[in-house]
Design a protein around this ligand. Structure first.
Ligand SMILES: Cc1ncc(C[n+]2csc(CCOP(=O)(O)OP(=O)(O)O)c2C)c(N)n1
Ligand SMILES: [Mg+2]
Length: 411
């Protein structure tokens, strides 16, 4: 037996190894059969999308995913190497209440322990999931519902302009889209905020390789591999400038690659570090410190690609037709130079910054830990909302209130 039936709050973390092993469908089957919440790593975030999405764990992971991890009492990690970015630098803070079971095909990864008493399975992810599926695992519907309820309670938080831009793009894509993303803030916003419709969509992410400029070649490769299929390429302005010559390949091959430049006119991921850790001493990362960008629409047009600029992601509606037709296209979407990447699990601590309002944090944790019956929790939310509205959170909490109650009524 792999599963521990005494567990009350189990989760499964799926890494990209699940897809590599051809077990993406088995994963869906396992999730549907057991109702065990499935979290992912950043590279595997496309394995659990649509209304099944709780998000990915780790430093820039979705807040709800990291909060669920901290309440889980059993973590089964499959095809996820659990590297530093996923578990943080203080191992005791990683899933502090949980027993850990790891399944990995790479002996080297397993030779490194994440928890002293972890159980390791050197095995193929598909075989492991098949074995798990054959076991009499109880159904965890109540726990799963709590996780999703907590997710909905947090849905008004952690949405910077970058997240909103990705949400907008995401809402305009057809079911099961193929999306290639680049490196930097745009990558993390994409992993956090894409919600792909359907079960077969792909987010092609370079992950730990961190190779700026990968998105456009990924998109070209994916389009050719699917017989000239439509592929969406989400890239930063810096990344696009790394492989901009590939626009010629897109034009020559007439590939339906739709390039969406999330353009903060900055090497945002680095300027953010310079802001936070180097006292705002920017160097070659922002307009004023020696980094500049060309007019991408004009550049694309010079390559013979249809192109336009959007002063804000809200203007993307004007380009809806371009996103669904046969030809290549580029839309340069402006966002603020100082748009930030949140939330972030603080190094050396378990804090997720920015901190949530204290009462909300407490309520979400109580919902997850099962200490609050659903009815009491609704009441609690009502009280909390009133308090926070007085505290000046009106806009954000109003959304929270509506969503929490909207769900409750629908249920
Ligand atoms: C080839 C390469 N050079 C440098 C880096 C370091 N690096 C990581 S993110 C980043 C900035 C990316 O800027 P941009 O493409 O505009 O994306 P943003 O973070 O602004 O979304 C840099 C320089 C890298 N990952 N790869
Ligand atoms: Mg940028």
């Amino acid at each position: 037996m792999i599963f521990r039936s005494t567990s009350r709050r189990p989760v499964l973390i799926a890494g990209n190894g699940v897809r590599q092993a051809g077990a993406a469908e088995l994963l869906q089957e396992f999730a549907a059969k057991t109702d065990i919440p499935v979290l992912t790593t950043m590279n595997a975030v496309d394995l659990m999308q649509d209304d099944r999405k709780l998000g990915f764990i780790g430093v820039y992971g979705n807040r709800i995913a990291n909060m669920v991890m901290s309440e889980a009492d059993l973590v089964i990690a499959v095809g996820a190497r659990l590297g530093l970015r996923q578990i943080g630098n203080i191992r005791e803070y990683f899933a502090p209440k949980a027993c850990l079971i790891r399944a990995d095909i790479d002996q080297y990864e397993l030779s490194r322990s994440v928890k002293p008493d972890e159980e390791k399975h050197l095995t193929d992810a598909k075989e492991f999931l098949e074995d798990l599926l054959a076991e009499p695992v109880p159904k965890y519907t109540d726990w799963k519902e709590r996780c999703f309820r907590a997710r909905d309670m947090l849905s008004a938080y952690d949405r910077t302009e970058g997240n909103l831009c990705i949400e907008k793009i995401s809402s305009m894509l057809p079911p099961d889209p193929v999306v290639a993303v680049d490196v930097g803030q745009n990558q993390c916003w994409s992993a956090q905020s894409f919600t792909l419709k359907g079960t077969k969509g792909r987010l092609l992410i370079g992950g730990g390789y961190g190779s700026m400029g990968c998105a456009l070649p990924y998109a070209i490769g994916a389009s050719i591999a699917t017989g000239g299929g439509t592929v969406y390429c989400v890239t930063g302005d810096g990344g696009l400038q790394m492989n901009i010559q590939e626009l010629q390949t897109v034009a020559r091959e007439k590939l339906p690659v739709k390039i969406l430049v999330v353009n903060n006119h900055a090497l945002g991921k680095i300027s953010e570090i310079q802001a936070g850790s180097y006292g705002g001493r920017y160097a070659q990362t922002t307009g004023d410190s020696g980094y500049t960008v060309p007019d991408f629409a004009k550049v694309a047009e010079a390559y013979g690609i249809r192109a336009g600029s959007a002063a804000s992601y809200e203007e993307l509606d004007g380009y809806a037709g371009w996103l669904s037709d046969e030809g290549p296209a580029l839309v340069d979407i402006a966002i603020a130079e100082d748009s930030r990447l949140i939330p972030k699990v603080n190094w050396n601590s378990k804090e997720i910054r920015p901190l949530l309002p204290e009462k909300l944090e407490e309520t979400v944790r109580m919902v997850l830990s099962g200490k609050v019956p659903v009815e009491a929790e609704r009441k609690e939310n009502g009280n909390m909302d009133k308090k926070l509205i007085r505290g000046g959170y009106r806009g954000r909490i109003a959304v929270l209130h509506e969503r929490t109650y909207g769900k409750a009524v629908a249920a």
